[in-house]
Design a binder for this molecule. Structure first.
Ligand SMILES: [Fe+2]
Ligand SMILES: [Fe+2]
Length: 173
């Protein structure tokens, strides 16, 4: 882990010298969240452009809107990494993992995209749950930030679950 500075010794909580191991662990979790957001932006850009068909329009519009929110989340994770005396990583450290958001065989297969979005949001929600629990009684500032981000992800997931339900009701899934 690259550490650029050290907090002043008078700090308490997550910034206290006694908590440096926990701080390193938290920075690692935040860095993972940062990369998840960045990869989601990549996947959402592709999946907001590729789909064909009238029915895909509504879905694509929402994916487009979410891109901006995911960029904002990445920036917040980055800011918090810095505030905790970590360093936001460079692009060479990026490793992809969103196999479920690769382009489908047929670009009219919007259900594939909807399911991929639901999976991406679910993985984010689960990782952010781990951060929220880790921060309990340790770092309420990070906890508060991640709780707010998690709500956005829950809203994203809920919306796409609704799209999926509509297709299921039509027997298209
Ligand atoms: Fe996000
Ligand atoms: Fe999201």
């Amino acid at each position: 882990m690259t550490v650029q500075d050290r907090p002043l010794p008078t700090d308490t909580g997550i910034l206290s010298p006694g908590n440096s191991d926990k701080r390193d662990e938290l920075i690692e979790m935040l860095t993972k969240g940062y990369w998840m957001e960045i990869e989601t932006v990549m996947s959402y850009i592709a999946n907001s452009i590729n789909p064909d068909g009238v029915r895909a329009r509504e879905v694509v519009d929402h994916i487009e809107q979410d891109i901006q929110e995911e960029i904002g989340h990445a920036q917040q994770f980055g800011q918090r990494i810095k505030e905790l005396y970590g360093v936001v990583p460079g692009s060479l450290e990026f490793r992809a993992g969103q196999s479920y958001l690769q382009p489908p065989e047929q670009q009219t297969d919007i259900v594939h995209v909807i399911k991929g979005v639901i999976e991406a949001e679910t993985q984010a929600i689960e990782h952010y749950n781990r951060i929220i629990e880790f921060c309990d009684g340790l770092d309420l500032v990070t906890q508060d930030m991640v709780v707010t981000i998690q709500r956005d992800e829950q809203q994203h997931r809920r919306l796409f679950e609704g799209f999926l339900r509509e297709y299921e009701a039509e027997g298209r899934v």
